[in-house]
Design a protein around this ligand. Structure first.
Ligand SMILES: Cc1ncc(COP(=O)(O)O)c(C=O)c1O
Length: 480
């Protein structure tokens, strides 16, 4: 290469040196976090201070210090005291598949730009469809995240259930979808992107366990159609985000059948329970859904971001973005499975299929069975412990690995309790030993744990509870 800067960009000795250095740094990181040699899960820094640090680093920092500083200044999901957001604790092997994808950069949209990954993706999708209980007509693809996958599924639903050619001619009647009020906000966002407007998203109230109140479906449906809305889809959460409650998918499916609605399952978080011998019953009914989403980067130990969007009838996935109005679905037609860009929202995507493939090939479905079962069991065990505490309550019995709970005391008002629970969460964030999050349910503040880490034990959670109790006692004593 004649240009000096370009030859140094591609210099192999530098790549090898930095690569070896990074592998050492990451291996130490895995050891130091999983074995808690690093005591903190997060070293909290105020946003402005963090910005100042990186401005200064850009001018004065040494390149060799970059990896170490990143590690110091991020949240350590591999620490067993990480009980925060629904982010996968990545299996280290997927670091290598990520590296491969980043270097090779085969965008996958067309077969020539991703022969191996297009073939691999098909194998992964077939395995997932089979596990759900779909038959040989099924299919799907991998895409960049649950948000995008839910939007794509709803676009497929509209294409399949609304006669008018909206793709080419725009809307000619008010359309709507039904979903529980507790569903992830991306469903609402998808509906708005699709131009359904606020009135086009029919939010079914949640029952006392924060799952869709099935009893209310009929009333809400009738009310909507009486206002002239055409409802074309219903979404079940498996589970919802805040509390981890699974909707009754069987009941939703029955309802969908009755009114010829597209039935979509948002299993971004807990679709992976399909692999758990013990907990797959939570997904009963998903095998009848028209489409289903499962995130790899949540409960399947893969890096951000990779999502499977699966269709009971793969033809629907072929025609979501079809530019022709008169395209007829044809069950016998051979689809161009090897040109995956025909079906995905994105044109270029990374070779995310390699994460799924290598985990399934090296460890098999058993790894997901063991992992999901363990994490769901752990939430139930933790809930039992909290329920025995006189001054704590759980929001609802956990159905997944998400557990919301709060401190409670008779002589304190709701406002005071909300403030107290928010304050203890802030205190824990600044302390950094544990990382947990919070949520608000019907105006009540809860501490929220998502037990993502396979190294978290019930002893870690007992320690967390003790720490919360101690912190609250201090906060209350300051108040007096
Ligand atoms: C139920 C549910 N659906 C969808 C999403 C969005 O998925 P993603 O973050 O992969 O876009 C989330 C994220 O937390 C979720 O919990």
């Amino acid at each position: 290469m004649d240009n000096k800067i370009l030859s140094s960009l591609y210099a192999q000795d530098n790549f090898r040196r930095l690569g070896k250095q990074l592998i050492d740094v990451l291996t130490d990181h895995i050891q130091n976090t999983t074995q808690e040699i690093n005591k903190k899960t997060i070293q909290w820094n105020e946003p402005e201070n963090e910005l100042d640090f990186w401005k200064d680093f850009f001018e004065n920092g040494t390149d060799d210090d970059f990896f170490n500083q990143i590690l110091k200044r991020t949240t350590h999901t591999h620490n067993p005291k990480y009980v925060g957001h629904q982010v996968g604790v990545t299996a280290p092997i997927t670091v290598f598949t990520g590296m491969l994808s980043n270097l090779l950069n085969n965008g996958m949209a067309v077969y020539e730009m991703g022969m191996a990954p297009n073939a691999i993706e098909r194998i992964v999708i077939e395995k997932l469809c089979e596990t759900i209980g779909y038959n040989s007509k099924s299919g799907g693809f991998l895409t960049s995240g649950g948000t995008l996958a839910n939007l794509t599924a709803l676009l497929s639903a509209r294409k399949a259930k609304v006669e008018h050619d909206i793709w080419n001619e725009g809307h000619n009647e008010p359309l709507g979808i039904m979903v529980c009020e507790e569903a992830h906000y991306c469903v609402d966002r998808a509906a708005k992107i699709m131009g359904l407007g606020e009135k086009g998203i029919i939010k079914i109230p949640a029952d006392e366990n924060f799952a869709m109140d099935i009893q209310q479906l009929e009333t809400y449906y009738q009310e909507s159609i009486s206002k002239g809305l055409k409802i074309f889809a219903i979404v079940g959460s498996a589970p919802s985000t805040a509390t981890g409650a699974y909707d009754n998918l069987e009941a939703i499916n029955k309802f969908a059948q009755m009114y010829n609605l597209w039935f979509h399952v948002d299993g971004a978080h807990g679709g992976a329970a399909i692999f758990s011998e013990k907990y797959k019953y939570l997904l009963k009914g998903a095998e009848k859904a028209d489409s289903m989403v499962i995130d790899g980067h949540k409960m399947m130990m893969m890096p951000t971001i990779t999502t499977a969007l699966l269709f009971k009838n793969k033809n629907h996935s072929n025609h979501t973005f079809s530019q022709k109005a008169d395209y007829l679905l044809n069950d016998t037609e051979e689809d161009e499975w090897y040109n995956s860009g025909r079906r995905t929202f994105e044109c270029t995507k990374n070779m995310m299929c390699m994460h799924w493939f290598i985990l399934l090939k090296m460890y098999g479905q058993k790894a997901f069975n063991v992992y999901v079962t363990r994490q769901y069991d752990l939430a139930r065990d933790f809930a039992k412990i909290i329920s025995k505490e006189p001054n704590f309550e759980i929001a609802t019995e956990p159905m997944s690995n998400i557990l919301c709970f709060r401190y409670l005391k008779d002589n304190l008002s709701l406002e005071e309790l909300n403030h107290l629970n928010q304050s203890i969460r802030r205190q824990l964030l600044e302390d950094g030993e544990f990382y947990l999050v919070q949520t608000k349910l019907n105006g009540v503040h809860y501490l929220r744990t998502t037990l993502m880490n396979p190294f978290t034990t019930i002893d870690h959670l007992k320690l967390l509870l003790e720490k919360i109790k101690k912190g609250i006692a201090e906060l209350l004593s300051k108040k007096d």
